[in-house]
Design a binder for this molecule. Structure first.
Ligand SMILES: [Zn+2]
Length: 103
């Protein structure tokens, strides 16, 4: 894939940040500067298998209440897809346990 190519949509029900906080779990994508969160825990959301990296090869782009993952640089076949989950998620769920290989 080339830089800027569309990879996949991070897809799931749109819920409020409040509901997301109650629900908890790992597959919640908080849309910054909005009261909305995508609940990506459903299996049909293949994008939920994309791991975090501090130096990722993909990046999420928010369009309204939808999240599209794009290639941030060229990606070879078989290369693992990653994106940066963001500071809040990192601090809450990853921190020193980050296994992205860039520490
Ligand atoms: Zn890392």
């Amino acid at each position: 894939m080339k830089r800027g190519d569309f990879v996949i949509e991070y897809w799931g029900p749109v819920i409020t940040d409040e509901a997301a906080e109650k629900k908890g779990g790992k597959y919640l994508f908080d849309i910054m500067d909005s009261p909305w969160t995508i609940d990506g825990s459903i299996r049909a959301n293949i994008a939920r298998y994309i791991n975090h990296s501090c130096k990722p090869n993909c990046e999420p782009v928010v369009d309204g209440k939808r999240i599209f993952i794009y290639a941030k640089r060229g990606i070879k076949p078989g290369e693992e897809l990653t994106y940066d989950y963001g500071k809040d998620y990192f601090d809450d769920h990853i921190g020193k346990r980050c296994r992205c290989g860039h520490h």
